[in-house]
Design a protein. Structure first.
Length: 266
């Protein structure tokens, strides 16, 4: 990412913190945008995690701001947008990375858990787009990248129906924006990560493997056609590309970043 494809642009990244040690998708994407030349606003419900991401960017000589905000609350999303505009004057890139999983099918999943997954995974993107799209429309330019999942288009081996439904909704929500705003200079695309070795999986997926981390990692490596899981930087590289002028005619796509796993049967 040494080439400054995003020089002087402003990226607003929701879910830019990491839930543990290492590089989550949002954290890597935020730093990736900065390394490509963008000024980056890192937003996370855990303000300390957002600050850690901004600290990395600043240590590397980039310009950064961090904001603590709950993306399920419109007032807090608006505050993050206002702070971004106050600091940098514009928003060129909106990156939505926030998401949670829940175990269980329709019978086992409590109604309140279903609602929570839908709120965090889908409504949050509606709220951030609601706040940012008017800014991009006034600029007559902008790029939105929403993070979905391979689970939005196929069964991935985990029994979490609310997650499948929410990520499918993210895909269609993104496509609607892509068409509605295409003539106004705004592009919207969605990235579908496959099996990723990130801090998120060690917290939210390890339960499927009797909380045995080594067992989980080995099983997930074997599932991948490449023999290895991806990582946060695979998502970051895709995000930087989609936000750049290299992708100026790419709009409304579902970009699978999964080593080819979507091609496998069973």
């Amino acid at each position: 990412m040494s080439e400054k494809k995003l020089q002087d642009r402003v990226a607003l990244v929701f879910g830019a913190g990491s839930v543990g040690e290492g590089w989550g998708n949002g954290k890597a994407s935020a730093v990736g945008y900065a390394r490509a030349g963008a000024k980056v606003v890192s937003v996370d419900v855990n303000e300390q995690a957002a600050a850690a991401t901004s600290g990395i960017i600043e240590k590397e000589g980039g310009k950064a701001l961090h904001v603590g905000a709950d993306v399920t609350k419109f007032a807090e999303v608006q505050r993050a947008v206002e702070q971004t505009l106050k600091a940098f004057g514009r928003i060129d890139i909106l990156h939505n990375n926030v998401g949670i999983t829940s175990q269980g099918g329709p019978v086992e999943t409590p109604e309140e858990v279903w609602d929570r997954v839908m709120t965090v995974n889908v409504k949050s993107m509606f709220l951030t787009c609601k706040a940012v799209l008017p800014v991009m429309e006034e600029q007559k330019k902008g790029a939105i990248t929403n993070i979905s999942s391979l689970a939005s288009v196929r069964w991935t081996g985990y029994n979490y129906s609310a997650y499948y439904a929410s990520k499918g909704a993210v895909n269609q929500f993104t496509k609607g924006i892509a068409i509605e705003y295409a003539a106004r200079g705004i592009r919207a695309n969605v990235i579908l990560p496959g099996l990723m070795d990130t801090p998120h999986v060690y917290q939210q997926i390890v339960g499927f493997y009797d909380n045995a981390k080594e067992k989980m990692v080995e099983a997930r490596h074997k599932l991948s056609p490449t023999g290895q899981q991806g990582d946060g930087w695979d998502i970051a590289n895709a995000a930087v590309f989609l936000a750049s002028d290299d992708a100026k005619y790419i709009n409304g796509v579902e970009l699978l970043v999964d080593g080819g796993l979507h091609l496998k049967v069973g």
